[in-house]
Design a protein around this ligand. Structure first.
Ligand SMILES: NC(=O)c1ccc[n+]([C@@H]2O[C@H](COP(=O)([O-])OP(=O)(O)OC[C@H]3O[C@@H](n4cnc5c(N)ncnc54)[C@H](O)[C@@H]3O)[C@@H](O)[C@H]2O)c1
Length: 328
């Protein structure tokens, strides 16, 4: 089984590759469990930053905006594609042209190259909660029409429509996942508008004061890195019937306020750590994140087998355990 992973050096790409290697098998094009024999991992960095050393992993550096490079990635006719490469929300909002290129042109190149293989690969597309916006009901159902209010959200929504159409035509077997805010992201802040949801836990834990760009009662819909990777693999393997004709799904998650996160931090790591959070709401960040819904019916996610974390405390505990930090 040959697999292609784009965005391989990113936060989720690396974890996905580790999980695929550890699992050792994945549903093949006709649904049967097939051993993972080769993973082509690609990203824009010249060297493979942080990828596991494993003889099944082959790194190819390049830009998905280059159609000839993308065509070469498909030489081995992968049976599965995980397309994670993207310019994330804040970045795509600040640089419209770069967002259009990476998120739309790049995705079109991937879809077209997948089509040319003639093997109708399973095609996982990481879309986003940012596809939602506009007038939203309190609880968003699976049938809700997306009306994004950011360039990133629009680019992801177009990607989802294309995944549906390429699937309808039999060119690919597509599966688009609308990812919640994934927290806790290690390292420094990135250009995602959702960066606060990680930093509000991560920075105080590493002894640094953190000034929150969102208000204490602003809400987010969160999922841990562990659960998102589990979900992408479960959804990749799920039968076509679980997905239906519309190949998009909102992933499961937990709805919480910024204060809920700080309270969880206090319970798990202690008051001294939680006191390192200050509040200074930033209109640029709030304008984006307050358009994202925080409650969903999630019927389709359950049918596919996608799960949320048990609690926010669990998300904090998971991060601390991964980074060998002591709980209070
Ligand atoms: N992490 C989140 O909270 C979140 C939430 C919603 C959706 N998503 C989606 O999940 C996916 C993975 O997110 P992540 O957090 O790992 O992001 P990330 O920024 O850590 O990784 C994305 C990777 O894509 C690569 N990339 C960008 N443009 C490229 C190009 N033109 N050619 C080749 N590679 C390119 C980057 O170098 C980077 O390594 C993305 O599609 C993102 O839009 C993430």
């Amino acid at each position: 089984m040959h697999i292609l992973v784009t965005g391989a050096c990113g936060f989720l790409g690396r974890r996905l590759i580790e999980a695929l290697l550890a699992r050792g098998q994945l549903a093949g094009t006709s649904g049967e469990a097939t051993p993972v024999s080769q993973i082509v991992a690609t990203d824009i960095f010249p060297e493979p930053a942080g990828l596991p050393a494993d003889e099944r992993v082959f790194y190819q550096a390049g830009d998905i905006c280059d159609p000839e490079f993308v065509a070469r990635l498909f030489a081995a006719k992968p049976g599965s594609v995980f397309h994670l490469a993207a310019l994330v929300s804040g970045g795509a909002e600040q640089d419209f042209d770069a967002g259009m290129k990476a998120n739309l042109t790049g995705t079109i190149h991937l879809l077209e190259a997948a089509r040319q293989t003639g093997v109708s690969p399973r095609f996982v597309f990481t879309s986003s909660i940012a596809t939602y916006g506009g007038d939203l009901p309190e609880v968003v159902s699976d049938e809700h029409q997306v009306t994004p209010e950011s360039s990133y959200g629009v680019q992801k929504a177009i990607g989802e429509l294309l995944v549906n159409d390429y699937t309808r035509k039999g060119f690919i077997n597509g599966r688009s996942f609308r990812l919640p805010i994934i927290a806790i992201r290690p390292g420094g802040a990135n250009s995602a508008a959702s960066s606060w949801a990680s930093a509000i836990i991560r920075e105080p834990l590493s002894g640094v004061e953190y000034t929150s760009p969102v208000a204490a009662d602003d809400r987010g819909f969160l999922l841990s890195p562990l659960k998102v990777i589990e979900g992408l693999i479960v959804g990749h393997d799920a039968p076509d019937e679980a997905w239906g004709r519309n190949r998009s799904v909102m992933m499961a998650g937990l709805s919480c306020t910024a204060k809920d996160l700080v309270d969880a931090l206090q319970r798990v790591a202690g008051a001294r750590v939680a006191e390192r959070v200050r509040w200074q709401p930033d209109p640029f960040v709030r304008k984006i994140i307050t358009t994202w819904p925080t409650q969903f019916t999630l019927d389709k996610a359950s049918r596919i087998g996608l799960e949320a974390d048990a609690s926010i405390d669990n998300i904090v505990t998971q991060y601390m355990a991964e980074h060998s930090m002591e709980m209070s």
